[in-house]
Design a protein around this ligand. Structure first.
Ligand code: FAD
Length: 529
């Protein structure tokens, strides 16, 4: 099979078809050197120029389907030594919003062929803690299924589980467990990484720590994660899942911050602190809903079944914006009984939600963690899943969240917003400051996520992107940071990181990917010779 090139040149590669994008001669020559067990595709690769956002489409020249870590290392070594302009992007399921896993005229590595999960319930000779070793292309849902077979599970999650291990670890991995356990990147024992020089490196906080911490939250800039050792803990069989509504932001905020405060302790725990932790919810998230009957954005989205709530149950003085808390307590079937009921009651007692607007259900731990999948199936059935998603994720300092509420939730968010809005606090001391993710400089900060779907009947993608720009500006003025950041100018990246962290980021780039081959879709560093 022949690769066509822009100049006279041809390469024979097994199992591939002529490319849709014409490669430069030097790049053809470079690819000719590859010795792969997997294969490169040049046709039918349009999926590599698509992602969840459906906003950016940058077709690559080729897609690598690696058979092992050696194929990935081989590709990067050859590109580093023989091409002056090819770039390489690892791609999980492509749940980025702004082309972060794309490589314009470069090579996308389809990580879905990099599968494999090994559960080590008793650790190994190097590590006495239970862990799971998952390949970089594994989906978290499969990690959960495998670990649950041993009664174990990772302790930190994302809301949606059909994301890849390598993809979320390149960002942070944040959800309702973050206040207690930190993001996913705080729960990693070891990584296998292919650097931008094509070296395969095993790293941890004691072995090659600089690479380890740079890669975690490093936006794919320093290496491709081919394996991760993820800490495990005993998994509950079930969860008591509660949603409780508020009409006053201050009351809602104070309750959330009170709930997360008991797990802020990091030092070795005294017995009464352990008891306090026993009385802490396992999962804490918050949401903003509009005071309308809209099934996506209104209060109708809160109860677990529609007949649990009517408009007349809202307090007469409720404003245009409402809030709800989502909390869970894990338990095993043997715990079911009065003691569990008493414990949950005690945990709910200090909260100040609207008493008639508290909804509860019991589901399996798997069903709870995989809850967004039910929504996915529903949206897919109505052909509403594959629409543009101009999502915006922010970290807002706790000291500014009330101002943010009045400037954004109460003023900028349109009544028919077209997607969920998340707002919940996390403890900064659960984040490892050596990891690359940028968070606000405050002990408590909020994850605020605007997860809009650009439906054909809505205000249109451009107008939603304009809303995002306005919201981001307010966030930055309040010393917040963008999560899953997207900037186009170096100055903006510098501001995002701050001077010291930017200098360290640049230094790590020189050390681990000096030719800026990796993750070009993040748009941070131009390719160097
Ligand atoms: P991709 O989009 O494929 O890649 C993301 C970036 O990582 C790219 O730069 C890519 O080049 C790089 N990359 C991919 N694989 C690797 C690898 N193996 N090694 C190194 N770099 C790699 N995030 C949260 O934190 N919490 C949530 O609750 C959450 N919920 C979500 C729900 C939905 C429905 C969606 C669509 C996304 C959600 N996200 C959430 C965002 C998600 O974490 C990011 O999209 C993330 O990028 C993971 O997606 P992915 O695995 O598809 O990675």
């Amino acid at each position: 099979i022949i690769i066509e090139c822009s100049v006279e040149c041809s390469i024979e590669l097994q199992g591939t078809l002529p490319p849709t994008y014409k490669l430069e001669q030097a790049d053809c020559t470079a690819l000719e050197l590859l010795k792969l067990n997997g294969y490169l595709s040049f046709h039918g690769i349009s999926a590599a120029a698509r992602d969840w956002g459906l906003i950016k489409h940058m077709p690559p020249a080729a897609v690598l389907h690696p058979d092992s870590v050696h194929d990935i290392a081989e590709l990067i070594r050859v590109v580093a030594s023989s091409s002056s302009n090819l770039t390489v992007a690892a791609k999980g399921p492509g749940h980025s919003v702004n082309g972060q896993a794309q490589a314009d005229k470069g090579i996308v590595i389809e990580m879905s062929t990099m599968r494999g999960i090994q559960v080590m319930p008793h650790g190994d000779e190097d590590c006495a803690l239970p862990f799971v070793e998952a390949n970089g292309g594994e989906l978290w849902v499969d990690v959960l299924e495998e670990t649950l077979k041993k009664g174990l599970a990772p302790n930190s999650w994302t809301d949606y589980l059909y994301l890849s291990v390598g993809g979320t670890l390149s960002n942070a991995g944040v959800s309702g467990q973050t206040f207690r356990h930190g993001p996913q990147i705080s729960n990693i024992l070891q990584l296998e990484v292919v650097t931008g020089k094509g070296e395969i490196v095993i790293c941890s906080s004691s072995k090659q720590p600089e690479l380890f911490h740079a890669v975690l939250g490093g936006l794919g800039q320093f290496g491709i994660i081919t394996k991760a050792r993820i800490l495990l803990e005993p998994a509950p069989q079930n969860v008591r899942w509660t949603r409780a509504m508020y009409s006053d932001f201050e009351v809602f905020r104070k309750d959330q911050e009170m709930l997360i405060s008991s797990s802020a302790t990091t030092t070795s725990m005294l017995a009464d602190q352990q008891e306090q932790l026993h009385m802490t919810f396992d999962f804490i998230e918050g949401f903003v809903v509009m005071n309308t009957e809209d099934p996506i954005n209104g209060w109708k989205s809160v109860p677990f079944s529609p007949d649990q709530m009517t408009a007349s149950m809202l307090p007469p003085d409720a404003g245009s914006v409402l809030y709800y808390l989502e909390i869970t307590v894990g338990y095993n079937l043997e715990d079911v009984g009065p003691a569990l009921e008493e414990r949950v009651e005690k945990m709910l007692a200090p909260l100040n939600y609207i008493p008639s607007l508290m909804f509860t259900t019991d589901v399996s731990y798997f069903k709870f963690l995989n809850r967004v999948h039910d929504l996915e199936l529903n949206l897919r059935a109505h052909e509403l899943w594959d629409v543009p998603h101009p999502w915006l994720n922010l970290f807002v300092p706790a000291s500014s969240i009330t101002t943010f509420d009045s400037l954004v939730f109460k003023q900028l968010v349109p009544v028919e917003f077209g997607g969920p809005i998340l707002v919940y606090p996390v403890n900064r001391n659960k984040w490892d400051s050596r990891a690359a993710t940028v968070v606000p400089d405050e002990e408590v900060f909020y994850l605020v996520a605007f997860l809009r779907n650009a439906l054909p009947s809505g205000p249109g993608l451009e107008s939603m992107l304009d809303d995002n720009a306005r919201i981001l500006k307010i966030c930055e003025e309040l010393r917040g940071k963008q999560y899953l950041p997207r900037y186009t100018e170096e100055e903006q990246w510098k501001l995002h990181f701050g001077a010291d962290r930017w200098n360290a980021f640049v230094q790590h780039k020189h050390m681990f990917d000096p030719q800026a081959i990796l993750a070009p879709g993040q748009n941070i560093f131009p390719r160097r010779q």
